[in-house]
Design a binder for this molecule. Structure first.
Ligand code: B12
Ligand code: SF4
Length: 581
């Protein structure tokens, strides 16, 4: 059989404002698209299969400085173009590139949470086929139908045979072939091959490892449980094999994309121990970031295993310090528990806290929050102080397509019209719904969010002017601050251990040696210093990002649009695309 076909996979670029998002600075590809592509690399007709990540791209460009697909197509014409449609904010770019590939004559296929929830919108915007849910098995079946001796064609009649897709039939009628059974065994899949990505501009800052999918919780604003159901995961061996492959490529920073790495604590412990053994046996220096819920604080064995594996940072969705809001979100935790757990975890890990500000209350909940914006902000500031979190990200509630939150706000006619506030604004930094039914003003809410981030990373007004780039802090910790902080930390820890020793003696425990009293506080004081340096570095770096973002934000048309919506009360929410499926 002749190998004559080319397939390209495209991770679309984030809009300019989202490129100043703290997360956009993490150079990491979407593992979902790569997983899809890795299942078909050995297809007998495929001559070349490659991907580009438009957010980390150094190939030919068009006259606007954007990735030049015309040139790519000229170099190596692709007959099939695959698109990652999982991020709403990059959806406008995805549609524009998909339309371009369709004009080149390629068949365009997209998957991911946005197009999954709004397939008809995608099919009207340059996409030929939308793949719902997990796509690894579907893509293989699709190729069987699309590829024939004469090349690649849409073959709409036979598309009905593939479950879990949407397309328009010959008469332009929308067809959904029905829900597909979730993938049973993740170990059966070929490992995602990250080397499929070409024209890389920078080395990845983190390599993504997707061990598990789904979540056993069901928070109102989140789509993970809706899309994947309960948590399922690949075996320890499969996961370790992937990690070793990436480590052999020369990478040592890993990000587990599981929404809750420790959903199954026993298995997470088993994995961490194996990673830790690998690390020690092969003398690897690994740095691992995982997303978890605060419950991990209750499991000392898990904490120990994660430390053994090299987990340095936990990204935790705290969401809110206000119990009424946590209840409206269905988060299943209280603010008091969050603080206690967080304080404990901060002894072992760097903590990155993700928050939602001003969560829209549920009309049906009689105990919903009636706090003003200022009162809410006070709760947040106090929480940040008490909880020992190192870095924070405070976002608006985003009515993500496919989430229960979106459905509720839509029912309550609170979604801002897409023609005014488009998908590109769905990155958490812009308000996309009407907060007035909660007694909150849209401008005050949006401004408070900017203020909270500004305060955290840039300081107050005087601080911003006098301490530009935190130069005062840097000078302090590089000079007199170092011995002062180190000494203070050592003495504090030494006294603490001395007290513990006295208690232990009274209880006739003998686990307190001279080493524990003198050396351990020394090592921990050094860790405290490293933490101060690390957090100052992050603060300076994030401060620069926040400043750039604020500049783009103030120069944008967003505020004018909000004004037009709220002063003219343009809440005409027979919103364009919502009732899609
Ligand atoms: C890892 C992750 C990140 C990483 C990396 C992002 C990336 N490029 O992968 C980082 C930390 C950078 C990140 C950032 C953000 N993220 Co994020 N992230 C995730 C997370 C937790 C995992 C993604 C993943 O790897 N999943 C595992 C893979 C296997 O699943 P998948 O991607 O869905 O792919 C499968 C299917 O969708 C399908 N499929 C996907 N693409 C294609 C293509 C084709 C052709 C086919 C056939 C099938 C197919 O098949 C795949 C395999 O089965 C998801 C939640 C989730 N569980 O999906 C959120 C998620 C994608 N993120 C989300 C958001 C909102 C963000 C942020 C905007 C948050 C913020 N405000 O800061 C930022 C965006 C940054 C920016 N600059 O704007 C939302 C997106 C929802 C939406 N509609 O927009 C999600 C869904 C979480 C949520 N809140 O519900 N994120
Ligand atoms: S927010 Fe986190 S805990 Fe809640 S459903 Fe989503 S992934 Fe699960």
């Amino acid at each position: 059989m002749k190998r004559d076909l080319t397939i390209i996979g495209i991770i679309p670029q984030y809009p300019m404002h989202s490129q100043q998002n703290i997360y956009a600075r993490i150079k990491m590809p979407s593992v979902g698209l790569l997983s899809i592509m890795s299942q078909i690399t050995h297809h007998p007709r495929i001559k070349e299969i490659y991907a580009i990540d438009e957010n980390n791209y150094n190939g030919p460009q068009d006259s606007n400085g954007l990735p030049g697909h015309f040139f790519l197509q000229d170099r190596q014409p692709a007959q099939i173009a695959l698109f990652y449609g999982g991020m709403s904010n990059s959806i406008p770019r995805m549609y524009s590139v998909a339309t371009q590939y369709r004009s080149f004559g390629a068949v365009t296929i997209a998957g991911g949470s946005h197009v999954d929830a709004l397939p008809q919108e995608a099919l009207r915007s340059g996409v030929d086929i939308v793949v719902h849910g997990e796509g690894e098995e579907t893509i293989a079946e699709l190729l069987e139908i699309l590829i024939s001796d004469s090349g690649v064609s849409l073959n709409r009649e036979r598309l009905h045979q593939v479950q879990g897709i949407s397309f328009l039939d010959e008469s332009g009628k929308y067809v959904f072939t029905g829900k597909r059974k979730p993938i049973d065994d993740l170990d059966e899949l070929a490992d995602p091959d990250l080397t499929l990505i070409k024209f890389l501009k920078k080395r990845w800052s983190y390599l993504p490892i997707n061990r598990g999918r789904g979540c056993n919780w069901n928070c109102e604003f989140c789509i993970v449980n809706k899309r994947y159901g309960k948590y399922k995961f690949a075996s320890v061996d499969t996961t370790l094999r992937q990690l070793i492959k990436y480590a052999d490529l020369g990478y040592s920073n890993f990000f587990f994309t599981d929404d809750n790495f420790a959903q199954n604590p026993a298995d997470a412990i088993a994995l961490c121990r194996k990673i830790g053994d690998y690390k020690r046996n092969f003398q690897k220096k690994l740095d691992i970031v995982v997303q978890v819920r605060s419950e991990v604080a209750e499991n000392d064995e898990l904490i120990e295993a994660m430390r053994f594996a090299g987990v340095s940072m936990l990204a935790i969705g705290y969401e809110s310090p206000i119990n009424e809001e946590l209840r409206a979100m269905r988060k299943g935790v209280t603010a008091e528990k969050l603080i206690a757990r967080s304080q404990k975890l901060s002894n072992y890990f760097y903590l990155h806290g993700m928050f939602i500000f001003g969560y829209p209350s549920n009309k049906d909940d009689s105990k919903s929050s009636s706090l003003t914006i200022k009162q809410r902000a006070k709760y947040y500031k106090e929480f940040f102080k008490k909880s020992g979190i190192d870095t924070i990200q405070v976002l608006n509630a985003v009515p993500l397509p496919g989430s229960d939150l979106r459905a509720r706000l839509e029912r309550e006619d609170r979604l801002l019209p897409l023609s005014m506030i488009g998908w590109d604004k769905y990155d958490g930094l812009f308000l996309c719904y009407d907060p007035r039914p909660d007694g909150l003003d849209a401008f005050d809410l949006q401004n408070m969010l900017c203020l909270l981030m500004k305060k955290k990373y840039l300081g107050g007004f005087i601080g911003r002017k006098l301490n530009y780039g935190n130069w005062l802090n840097w000078t302090y910790i590089a000079t007199i601050g170092f011995p002062i902080e180190f000494g203070e930390s050592y003495v504090r820890r030494f006294i603490h251990n001395l007290r513990e020793k006295t208690k232990a003696r009274k209880q006739r425990r003998i686990d307190w040696t001279a080493r524990t009293i003198f050396y351990v506080p020394l090592a921990n004081a050094w860790k405290d210093i490293k933490r101060i340096w690390r957090n100052l570095f992050v603060k300076t770096y994030a401060g620069a990002i926040v400043s750039r973002w604020l500049k783009i934000y103030h120069e944008s048309d967003y505020n004018n649009r909000l004004k037009r919506i709220f002063t003219n009360n343009k809440m005409t929410n027979s919103n364009e695309s919502q009732r899609d499926t």
